[in-house]
Design a protein around this ligand. Structure first.
Ligand code: SAH
Length: 223
């Protein structure tokens, strides 16, 4: 199955959702480059085999270990908020399947992604290598600490809900950089926040939308 029709339908679903939430997000439409990336990355390559038929539903899907691949509309919106260009160096926290990292890799120069669960990190690494995404580097560890060796970053995206913005991530954001992060308690309402750092280093934050993410866990994986 090629999913061509489903892929086009997904773009239409995302556009409809963007229009529906425009009052909250302040966005009428997403950048054409982001929509092209959503079209080019095949979601069926990232979901478990038994859910392949559901790949183009605009909803999160379970991927094992109690984790999910995010809703495509949210993936697209968060990517759009980062305003990436071909020079951008991006840090992602919460690799999961590698789907969001693959979307980022379509737009940026380099993507560093941290995943806490070793099995997911390894599976994502192999999947992205097989699909030819050579701009993505994945590390297993606690994303709350960021990735100091490769900092500072033009953009940071956190794909799990944080109780507050981790200080190390703020420190690793370049002046002029942007961070998209869901802030709030697990299994409760969270706010997708956009943090912008100006060229003098001052940060400004804006609430974008109510969202529901799996939690960003503090510390190391204990199985
Ligand atoms: N971006 C993913 C979906 C993310 S689900 C995709 O495109 O598929 C959230 C992920 O964050 C889960 O895989 C979870 O294990 C991971 N996670 C939770 N806490 C973390 C932490 N402290 N550091 C790194 N990853 C974390």
């Amino acid at each position: 199955m090629s999913f061509e029709r489903e892929r086009r339908q997904l773009l239409a679903d995302i556009e409809a959702e963007v229009a529906f939430t425009r009052e909250m997000t302040g966005r009428d439409h997403l950048d054409a480059k982001v929509m092209r990336a959503m079209y080019r990355v095949h979601r069926e390559d990232f979901v478990p085999d038994d859910l392949r038929h559901a790949s183009y539903r605009d909803s999160p899907l379970p991927v094992g270990y109690g984790q999910t691949i995010s809703q495509p509309y949210i993936v697209a919106l968060m990517t759009d908020l980062l305003e990436l260009d071909a020079n951008s160096i991006v840090l992602e926290i919460g690799t999961g399947t590698g789907y969001q990292a693959a979307i980022l890799a379509q737009l940026a120069n380099r993507v560093y992604s941290i995943e806490r669960i070793p099995e997911l990190a390894q599976a994502a690494r192999q999947r992205l290598a097989r699909l030819g995404y050579d701009k993505v580097e994945i590390r297993c560890g606690d994303g709350n600490l960021g990735w100091r060796e490769n900092a500072p970053f033009d953009a940071i995206i956190v794909t799990a809900a944080a109780p507050s913005i981790p200080a190390a991530l703020l420190e690793q954001l370049k002046p002029g950089g942007r961070m998209a992060i869901p802030v709030g308690l697990p299994r409760m309402h969270q706010d997708l926040m956009l943090i912008s750092r100006d060229h003098r280093g001052a940060t400004e934050s804006r609430k974008i939308l109510g969202v529901a993410f799996v939690p960003l866990i503090e510390g190391c994986w204990t199985g």
